[in-house]
Write a protein that binds this ligand. Structure first.
Ligand code: FAD
Ligand code: AMP
Length: 484
């Protein structure tokens, strides 16, 4: 007879592993079913994020940025290098080691927390039962019973019929993390977060990169003042981002791919050595739910949940990329923890208003809360404050002065509604605003705080001061009041 668990988690990515560990902390007998087998042929935890997402992409972004700096800016610091060469195999070896260290770390955490890792595929059946098909050949399928089930099966890349994947020539994000040489000409379909990050990696290593984006507006979800600045910065770095360019077909001949696309000026063709399809991700609901499991999907194909990740079946929860909200590892982790706490009867919530978003280009683009466009559309009075990194001593010392910080503030209450940063370490700086917003800070609170000198955070301070024309290191002029 198979064991009955307090909780079965299906999926061992950030949402699932965090849920499983938190359940175990709360004293619940927990199993996590994960089917992934890594490229070394070993079962691995960590999901998309650790295996083929956040972590390997950031490892490559760091390697490629160091190479770029060695070539382009070490000379400014007086560091003379006769030749700078990139060893792609070594870059991948290092990335793979980082991935293995982290995925192995999750397996150790499971052991120390006594979470049972069931290696194989899970499918939700009615009445909180789960069909488990083990990875190991010859082992029989079992039906497991649970008091609670947490679905955390994540997402997968969207494929488009106009650009079917082909070997290592037309690839998705996973393939783009594995190119064994630097493509001469690289095409990217989609100027979203993943397309821009992966395009940046290979551009820094020497590819001539063209990004084709169907929508006319660059990064429509981002505050447009920062989006425009980002577009300029990436253009200077050599990324040729073509907006309003919808891909209509591809043809692969040998090791080349020709992409057809149309824009307002007509139909065009471009030939590339490699093409990355980065047109979004979809929730992985295929084969996860028996037809009579009772869990409903929303109109966009995500599992329907309430604000605490309860599905329509009592005792069944869903978290992470499977459910509404941004597809981000940290959002999935917090939802996993919340689902575990709900099961254990703890008081808990995720504040969806203060989830930070980051694009790990250089300089980094990070934001939290509302954009100026969103606040303007609401009709409520607001004020903004902007400060550039150009006058920040720390940024100048590092030779990293592109970008700015912007606050959007409620005029009446003085509450911080959003912070947007393009600049060095923006991913870290945005967390200052997350904390401020979580504590319901007014911008005056930030203005009156002491920021260390010289730090990049001083630009956050200056932007907060600038909302009231109080910035010290900026020539700000208060607009004259209109005569009545
Ligand atoms: P996943 O990480 O997708 O994990 C789901 C797991 O469930 C998988 O391991 C899968 O094998 C398993 N599974 C699925 N179905 C079953 C089943 N039936 N039985 C058993 N197991 C199953 N997010 C960030 O926050 N920051 C970043 O910098 C970032 N960079 C990214 C870069 C790239 C290239 C990509 C592709 C994504 C990136 N993301 C990033 C997004 C991030 O990876 C996801 O938001 C995150 O992994 C979602 O976590 P999850 O637990 O919901 O799902
Ligand atoms: P994201 O969903 O943020 O990963 O971004 C994916 C991007 O791909 C979106 O900005 C889409 O507009 C873009 N996209 C989707 N299909 C196409 C296409 N056929 N041609 C060009 N861009 C596309």
């Amino acid at each position: 007879m198979s064991e009955k668990y307090d909780v079965i988690v299906i999926g061992g990515g950030p949402g699932g592993y965090a849920a499983a560990i938190r359940c175990a902390q709360l004293g619940l007998n927990t199993a996590c079913i994960e089917k992934y087998v890594n490229k070394q042929g070993k079962p691995a935890l960590g999901g998309t994020c650790l295996n083929v997402g956040c972590i390997p992409s950031k490892a490559l972004l760091d390697s490629s940025w160091k190479f770029h700096e060695a070539k382009e800016s070490f000379g400014d610091h007086g560091i003379k290098l006769d030749t700078v060469k990139m060893d792609i195999a070594q870059m991948h070896k290092r990335k793979d080691e980082v991935v293995q260290q982290l995925t192995g770390g999750i397996a150790s955490l499971f052991k120390s927390n006594k979470v049972t890792w069931l290696q194989g595929t899970g499918k939700l059946l009615p009445k909180k039962r789960v069909a488990f098909t083990p990875l190991k050949e010859g082992e029989e399928e079992q039906v497991l019973d649970a008091e609670n089930v947490i679905l955390a099966a994540g997402s997968e890349p969207v494929n488009i019929k106009d650009a079917p994947l082909k070997d290592d020539v037309v690839v998705n994000s996973t393939g783009a993390l594995e190119f064994d040489s630097v493509p001469g000409r690289l095409g990217v379909i989609g100027a979203g977060i993943i397309g821009l990050e992966l395009g940046s990696v290979w551009s820094r290593l020497g590819s001539d990169v063209v990004v084709l984006e169907a929508v006319d507006t660059f990064l429509p979800q981002v505050d447009q003042q920062l989006a425009k600045e980002t577009y300029k910065v990436l253009g200077k770095q050599g990324l040729d981002i073509r907006l309003g360019a919808r891909v209509t077909g591809t043809s692969v001949k040998g090791k080349k791919v020709t992409v057809s696309y149309s824009d307002s000026s007509g139909d065009h063709e471009e030939t590339f050595d490699r093409l990355i399809v980065a047109v979004g991700r979809r929730p992985m609901t295929d084969n996860l739910l028996a037809s009579d499991a009772g869990v409903e999907l929303d109109e966009r194909g995500f599992i329907h949940v309430d604000s605490q990740c309860r599905t329509d079946v009592p005792g069944v929860y869903a978290v992470g990329d499977l459910v509404r909200g941004p597809m981000l590892a940290h959002k999935g982790i917090e939802e996993g923890v919340m689902a575990a706490d709900v099961i254990a009867g703890e008081n808990t919530q995720v504040n969806y208003e203060t989830i930070p978003l980051v694009i790990y280009i250089h300089p980094e683009l990070a934001w939290v809360g509302k954009t100026e466009e969103e606040v303007k559309a609401s009709g409520e009075p607001y004020k903004t404050g902007v400060a550039p990194f150009a006058s920040n001593g720390r940024a100048l010392g590092a030779g990293d002065t592109a970008g700015l910080v912007k606050f959007v503030v409620d005029e009446k209450s003085d509450r911080v509604l959003g912070m947007h940063a393009l600049g060095p370490q923006a991913s870290e700086l945005v967390q200052e605003a997350v904390i401020a917003m979580e504590f319901g800070a007014s911008v005056e609170d930030l203005q009156l705080m002491v920021f260390g000198h010289p730090t990049l955070s001083e630009t956050v301070h200056e932007a907060a001061l600038a909302t009231d024309y109080r910035a010290i290191h900026l020539a700000q002029r208060r607009p004259k009041k209109k005569k009545k």
